[in-house]
Design a binder for this molecule. Structure first.
Ligand code: F6R
Length: 237
């Protein structure tokens, strides 16, 4: 594991964007695994800037988002598809067909999970997986549990995650109760992982992630076992 400290959230975003840019320049057809949430917003802003300045291009890249809420369609302002369009897809030269995200508003989410896994496999797997870190140690929406799911699956969100995500909805009752998420296996099979962690409130979970036991109760702790993991954080450990 490599660990890099950023002064603040702004420089974390810049560092992450430079990291991704370097990987894209080295391998223009890179398959990227992408997160949503507050943490990566700065990274997307800088990536957009680099792309608009003509320094990088996503024309040959493919992207797979980690997760999507069950029941929200792509035009719902709180859907992750909407977030990606706002922050990234509509602002860079990534071909539309190369941007993938689980479809939340389908009649059979289990079939959608299979379709998504097949699409990842067909793309040759994830080359660089970028992750945020949930307050309870979730990665994607792999929540603390007695077991870890390998493949893309439907997950019941924990009360803690629903509470944390209420800030984006009118109230907690409007937060979807389920999501489709890549599994821990999909994430761990990525060739490289870049974990972004921002804000003092994540100090405790960051410590547990890397200095605690590997446990299904802290899903992010499995990252200790990944061979090529980089952590960018503005938390001084
Ligand atoms: C989102 C995702 C989640 C977030 C995590 C942290 O696609 O996969 O695991 O990365 O909940 O979210 P923020 O960055 O909002 O603290």
């Amino acid at each position: 594991m490599e660990y890099f400290y950023a002064q603040d959230n702004l420089s974390l975003g810049q560092m992450a964007a430079r990291w991704v840019a370097r990987e894209i320049l080295a391998c223009p057809e890179l398959v990227l695994g992408l997160p949503t949430g507050s943490t990566p917003i700065g990274m997307y802003q800088y990536l957009v800037r680099l792309a608009q300045e003509g320094l990088i291009s996503f024309t040959q890249a493919r992207t797979f988002n980690l997760d999507e809420y069950v029941g929200l369609n792509v035009d719902h302002p709180q859907s992750y598809a909407f977030f990606m369009r706002e922050h990234f897809w509509s602002k860079v030269d990534l071909p539309k067909g190369n941007a993938h995200i689980p479809r939340g508003n389908v009649s059979n989410p289990a079939v959608e999970c299979l379709r998504y896994d097949n699409a990842i496999q067909k793309a040759g797997g994830i080359g660089l997986q970028i992750l945020g870190l949930g307050l309870n140690g979730h990665i994607g929406f792999n929540e603390p549990s007695h077991n870890m799911e390998i493949h893309t699956h439907v997950v019941d969100l924990t009360a803690e995650t629903i509470q944390a995500n209420t800030r984006f909805f009118p109230d907690s009752s409007a937060v979807p109760r389920q999501a489709i998420t890549m599994g821990v296996g999909n994430i761990m099979q990525a060739q490289k992982i870049l974990l972004l962690v921002s804000g003092e409130r994540k100090r405790d979970i960051l410590n547990k992630t890397f200095y605690g036991p590997v446990s299904t109760e802290v899903p992010s702790s499995i990252l200790q076992l990944h061979a090529d993991l980089t952590v960018l954080t503005d938390i001084k450990l």
